[in-house]
Design a binder for this molecule. Structure first.
Ligand SMILES: Nc1nc2c(c(=O)[nH]1)N(C=O)[C@@H](CNc1ccc(C(=O)N[C@@H](CCC(=O)O)C(=O)O)cc1)CN2
Ligand SMILES: Nc1ncnc2c1ncn2[C@@H]1O[C@H](COP(=O)(O)OP(=O)(O)OP(=O)(O)O)[C@@H](O)[C@H]1O
Length: 200
């Protein structure tokens, strides 16, 4: 039931972000950066995970440059497929890091010489949203990668990492369906606003 609804919404919301022009994307990414760098959660973070934008997603690239200049350690997700599950690992994103496309065509660290960082040792995770509502519910790309990698946050009720969903303002919807495995967000930041999610 939820799955059909989620996939219909996903199609609609992906079309919305894909229709933004290059200029709109550039401006949105800068505005997003300005909002994020004011957040205490970001200022205090030493280990920051983000992503390489694809499919019209709002880009954390200018934020990553700022984070690097401020001596923060940055990480990018890399996905892998095994016989039993699809998982995601976070690798350091350093200067001149080689990137290669994953099976969805998204850039991810390639030619790895460094060790990944375990998810619970990240301070903040900036994750891409396909959709969100004002209550802080999220819709991802449907792979369940973030839900699985951070399922420990639901199980152990730990504070870290702080989960911050990033999206274009045009990806807001009135209400989203939720499933029990959806990991809760702490903040949603768009080019226009910061939502601090209330604990449920
Ligand atoms: N930039 C970025 N990196 C990321 C993610 C992401 O959402 N954005 N991921 C976050 O998980 C992981 C990759 N997950 C993905 C999962 C599904 C599809 C995808 O395109 N799936 C279907 C459509 C699904 C649907 O509409 O129901 C497709 O192949 O077209 C892409 C990425 C890791 N890296
Ligand atoms: N903790 C988990 N353990 C096992 N399977 C899970 C877990 N969390 C989610 N899944 C599976 O992942 C699939 C995708 O879930 P959903 O549609 O909510 O993805 P999403 O939140 O949009 O994706 P993402 O987390 O990659 O952004 C579901 O079929 C679900 O069964």
């Amino acid at each position: 039931m939820n799955a059909t609804l989620k996939s219909k919404l996903r199609r609609e919301l992906r079309a919305r972000r894909q229709s933004l022009s290059e200029d709109q994307q550039t401006i949105a990414a800068k505005q997003l950066t300005q909002r994020l760098i004011r957040l205490a959660a970001f200022r205090h973070a030493r280990h920051v995970a983000a992503y390489i934008a694809s499919d019209g997603e709002i880009s954390p690239a200018p934020l990553l440059r700022f984070a690097k200049l401020n001596a923060k350690h940055c990480y990018l997700p890399k996905i892998s497929r095994s016989a039993t599950s699809n998982s995601m690992t976070f690798y350091p994103y350093h200067h001149r890091q080689a990137l290669g496309p994953n099976r969805y065509g998204i850039g991810e660290p390639a030619g790895l010489r460094r060790q990944p960082r375990v998810p619970r040792k990240l301070d903040i995770v900036l994750l891409p949203l396909t959709g969100f509502d004002k209550h802080g519910r999220r819709l991802g790309m449907g792979g369940g990668y973030y839900d699985r990698a951070f399922a420990f946050k639901r199980t152990y009720k730990v504070r870290k990492p702080i989960m911050i969903g990033l999206a274009h303002q045009c990806q807001e919807v009135n209400s989203l369906p939720t499933d029990h495995w959806d990991i809760p967000l702490d903040f949603i930041v768009t080019d226009r606003q910061v939502i601090k999610v209330k604990k449920r």
